[in-house]
Design a protein around this ligand. Structure first.
Ligand SMILES: C[S@@+](CC[C@H](N)C(=O)[O-])C[C@H]1O[C@@H](n2cnc3c(N)ncnc32)[C@H](O)[C@@H]1O
Length: 316
């Protein structure tokens, strides 16, 4: 992918976005908040059919945080420079959704939102554009992160009310009301090493299963996870030595047996070659943060006020 635009998204996030774009089945592509066009280039690199219309909306207004972080000012000219050559791209300059509210009519088969990260702006965009989604639309966005609580709350609310599975890779979230095998394809394309791995987690007696490269349910939810199981290709196990607060210790072969997490003080990992795990942790105020990748020989220490809420497996 030719993509030299200054960016705020991670490379892994852009790679997943590109793979998601390849899975669009109908309708147009709509991106809200392209900045200099890094995400626009990722969507373009992924789309299979260049004749499918692509729309992008940004104010292109310079903002102090952009200059501080990326060293240059945002402008429409800068966006156009970094997106030269993208076919069938319509640029809407202005504040979304207001800038298109009297004119928008296209069915949307791929929606990517990286614009207003707080409410009411995030919800204004979602509420305006979602009636235009096709039945098989892929709906995604950036920054499913503890620092953006409105995105986390809104995306959980939408997916849970509709009974849809949520996928989060890095900070990029995605769901579809259609068969979600297309999102699974996109994840597998981004992490081919993890194809076939799944993780099952329990929170408040509810069991949920997802592919292991996606964050499990519970990411940035203030609800402790009580149990985790790994469903791995034949013979692959993650060895976990667990120390509990009551002084007892146990060893679990994740992949063969579940790991129960109540009262955990420390977990030490014997990882197979090429695998790592990462956790989301909640503190006593209900605030969440993600650990670094934990590799072979790594440990996770929890203080008495901390609880694990989610896990993901990643290749290393
Ligand atoms: C976090 S940046 C996007 C980063 C970009 N996706 C990338 O790949 O680097 C957010 C962008 O959204 C734009 N923006 C925020 N709210 C907006 C709105 N309601 N309408 C249009 N643009 C908006 C900002 O001008 C900025 O360019």
């Amino acid at each position: 992918m030719k993509n030299d635009a200054p960016r705020t998204m991670t490379l892994a996030g852009l790679q997943f976005l590109q793979a998601l774009a390849a899975e669009r089945k109908s309708g147009c592509f709509l991106e809200v908040g392209p900045l200099f066009g890094s995400s626009t280039n990722a969507i373009d690199a992924g789309r299979v059919d260049e004749s499918a219309p692509m729309h992008t909306i940004d104010t292109f207004e310079p903002a102090p945080w952009v200059r501080e972080r990326l060293g240059i000012d945002l402008s429409r000219e800068a966006f156009e420079k970094y997106t030269t050559g993208i076919q069938n791209l319509t640029i809407h300059q202005g504040f979304a959704p207001d800038v298109v509210k009297d004119t928008w009519s296209d069915k949307i088969g791929f929606y990517f939102d990286d614009a207003t990260h707080g409410d009411p702006g995030w919800t204004n965009n979602y509420d305006f554009f979602s009636p235009f989604f096709t039945d098989d639309a892929i709906v995604c966005g950036d920054d499913f992160a503890g620092g953006w609580p409105d995105i986390v709350r809104n995306v959980y609310k939408i997916t849970e009310e509709r009974g849809l599975k949520l996928f989060v890779i890095g900070r990029v979230w995605a769901f579809t009301a259609d068969d979600d095998s297309r999102i699974v394809n996109a994840v597998n394309k981004s992490f081919p090493e993890l194809e076939g791995y799944e993780v099952e987690v329990i929170h408040e007696d509810r069991v949920r299963r997802n592919i292991a490269a996606s964050w499990s349910w519970g990411l940035h939810k203030p609800i402790g996870m009580t149990e985790v199981r790994l469903h791995a290709p034949d013979g692959i196990e993650i060895g976990v030595a667990q120390t509990r607060r009551d002084g007892t210790a146990t060893g679990v072969a994740l992949g063969k047996e579940p790991l129960r997490l109540e009262n955990t003080e420390m977990l030490s990992f014997a990882m197979p070659q090429g695998l790592a795990v990462q956790f989301c942790i909640m503190n006593s105020e209900g605030k969440t943060f993600n650990t670094k990748d934990i590799r072979n020989g790594g440990q996770l220490k929890l203080n008495p006020r901390q609880t694990i809420t989610a896990i993901r497996v990643l290749p290393r």
